[in-house]
Design a protein around this ligand. Structure first.
Ligand code: SAH
Length: 246
């Protein structure tokens, strides 16, 4: 079953209000309504409404946030949609693989699809909040799609794979989304991990690269809320021991 309420389209720091309107229009075409804007350069705007071509309600209901982390609160799956393939630090999917993954996940999980700036896409720090990177395979010579075109391709694939299809949750030991750790829980855990690793001088100068690999490892593990609590417990115990030693 296709449940559009599960999806949140997140646009980061969009420069042109017309693009925000075109995205709203593409969302309406694909039956989606939840739009989140992170630090938009100009919004609300007449230009956005003009391009929305009747999808004004999506713009009116759009939520605006200062930071990406705020826009994805409550989501169990956060995907960064990117024109550029980065180093191997992120798991990479094309939109069809993304749809398959979502199709086989518990059907009540909240999903954020994060799209970047027109000029420069998403920063590595923004991708750090995403469990995987989604890339639309296009011609090598013309790799960058217009923002709304990229949104359309991703939403179309999701709609095609989820429309009318019966839910097919994988048997991964979870019955519903509330079991999977939310984005904000994971970010909290990563910050704690990073602080503990630094306190024992674990990184030896490679902090950013190593931490990115560690994030990828935990994203792949598809952690539950309970597992994150256990890991936090380990960090707390370690920190207490370290405090005693000092
Ligand atoms: N020059 C920028 C392109 C940004 S296009 C860069 O190199 O990153 C604006 C946004 O549209 C991107 O951040 C991404 O979310 C989406 N987009 C454009 N082309 C895409 C592609 N081939 N695959 C996935 N997303 C794409």
């Amino acid at each position: 079953m296709f449940n559009p309420e599960r999806f949140r389209v997140v646009l980061v720091n969009t420069s042109h209000p017309g693009n925000i309107g075109s995205v709203a229009r593409a969302m309406a075409n694909m039956g989606m309504t939840n739009l989140a804007l992170v630090d938009p350069v100009q919004f609300p705007s007449e230009r956005a409404n003009a391009m929305a071509a009747g999808a004004d309600t999506i713009l009116e209901q759009a939520q605006v946030f200062p930071e990406l982390a705020d826009a994805v609160i409550g989501c169990q799956r956060v995907y960064g949609v990117s024109a550029r393939l980065r180093s191997i630090a992120w798991t990479q999917l094309d939109p069809r693989q993304l749809s398959e993954e979502i199709y086989s996940a518990p059907q009540d999980e909240q999903i954020a699809l994060v799209f970047g700036r027109e000029r420069s896409g998403l920063t590595n720090e923004e991708l750090d909040i995403c469990e995987a990177l989604v890339h639309i395979p296009v011609d090598e010579m013309h790799r960058s799609l217009n923002l709304a075109a990229a949104v359309m391709v991703v939403l179309y694939e999701l709609r095609m794979s989820l429309y009318d299809a019966a839910p097919n949750p994988k048997d991964i030991g979870r019955k519903n989304a509330s079991d999977k750790a939310s984005s904000e829980q994971l970010q909290f855990f990563f910050d704690r991990w990073d602080a503990t690793a630094k306190s024992v001088d674990f990184y030896k100068g490679n902090a950013v690269t190593v931490m990115r690999k560690i994030r990828r490892l935990f994203y792949k593990a598809d952690l539950t809320d309970e597992e994150v609590k256990i890991l936090l417990g380990v960090l707390t115990a370690l920190d207490e021991e370290l405090d005693k030693e000092q």
